[in-house]
Design a protein around this ligand. Structure first.
Ligand SMILES: [Zn+2]
Length: 334
């Protein structure tokens, strides 16, 4: 499947945590030609199965995104909101959003505030209504809104736009599913829900699948920007980042070694991913039931949780190659 066109569609589909129906149905249609079986569950996870004889390998990529939820509509027709997932006020001001029903909204701050003193609770969404009644006809309390920021090439090999966290991970899973010809393990490609609010979908899907091995595919923070504080290790364009640890997991040593050995054997560009903060679905997969041998493959992403997240396609390519090789190499029974 075409990288840029498919990723554009994935990034634009609505899927604020807890409200993933639209993105789930898009992924279902993209996965269907390559899957043996596709199920969804109570939490809204999409579980795509490709059968193989070896141990069960669960690869999880969250499909939900951060977003805003309307909480109040005032007399002027401005919409107050809460955050679903982590935002910084400076990422929100002067940004365009879209509610799932198609209503656009501009986020801004009161005229008497400055951005450095502004808290998220001070901000509002302007939907272009002339008064409260008109605004109420456009948006209901509880409706969710997502960034609008079309995917663009940045330089020769980089991309920028909203929700590369984690629609780029979803694309990597889909491309791996497409490319695996001889599955040597029993493969579960899981598109999880509610990661951004606490890894919730991965928790229930891991319990249901009961995998031998777990792998989370997600973004990681790079250490390659001006003023970088070295709380992470990766850099854009240096390959698939093999997770060693983040705030949610210390990856299983043998699995980290296995991923590095496969990369070496198949000449795939990789780099270590250590991050003092943040977490991924692997954080809950590895403590499921009696424990699951788990790790992660990450893409370094700049400006995470803003409307201009930026990644390098070299890293996507390396990630898909490494996952494909992993799927076609029989893992040891656990
Ligand atoms: Zn993420």
């Amino acid at each position: 499947m075409d990288t840029f066109a498919t990723l554009s569609r994935l990034c634009q589909a609505h899927g604020v945590s807890g409200n993933e129906g639209e993105i789930r149905e898009l992924i279902r249609s993209l996965a269907a030609p390559y899957a043996d079986d596709i199920q969804d569950d109570v939490m809204g996870n999409l579980i795509v199965h490709k059968r193989g004889n070896g141990p069960k390998l669960m690869m999880a990529s969250h499909m939900d995104s951060i977003g805003l939820i309307a909480t109040h509509i005032d007399e002027k027709g401005m919409v107050q909101f809460g955050c679903v997932g982590g935002f910084d006020a400076s990422d929100l001001v002067n940004q365009l959003f879209r509610f799932q029903n198609g209503t656009y909204a501009v986020c801004n701050m009161p005229a008497d505030k400055s951005i450095d003193k502004c808290k998220i609770k001070d901000l509002y969404l302007d939907v272009g209504a002339k008064d409260q009644d008109e605004a109420k006809s456009m948006v209901k309390v509880g409706d969710t809104a997502a960034y609008v920021s079309p995917l663009k090439m940045l330089g020769k090999n980089r991309i920028t736009g909203c929700y590369l966290d984690n629609r780029l991970g979803c694309l990597a899973l889909l491309q791996t599913l497409e490319q695996v010809k001889n599955p040597a393990n029993d493969l579960y490609f899981v598109f999880t829900t509610q990661e951004e609010v606490g890894l919730r979908g991965a928790q229930t899907s891991a319990f249901a699948i009961d995998p031998d091995y777990g792998l989370a595919i997600d973004v990681t923070l790079p250490d390659d920007l001006p003023g970088s504080s070295h709380i992470s290790t990766s850099a854009l364009g240096k390959g698939a980042a093999i997770k060693v640890m983040d705030y949610s997991i210390i990856c299983h040593k043998d699995f980290v070694e296995k991923l590095n050995a496969l990369a070496k054997q198949h000449d795939i560009l990789v780099q270590p991913d250590i991050m003092y903060g943040g977490g991924t679905d692997a954080g809950v997969i590895h403590t499921t039931r009696c424990g699951v041998v788990s790790g992660g493959i990450s893409f370094p992403a700049r400006y995470v949780h803003s409307a201009v997240e930026t990644c390098d396609l070299t890293d996507l390519d390396a990630c898909v190659k490494l996952m494909t090789v992993l799927c076609e190499t029989e893992l040891e029974a656990v």
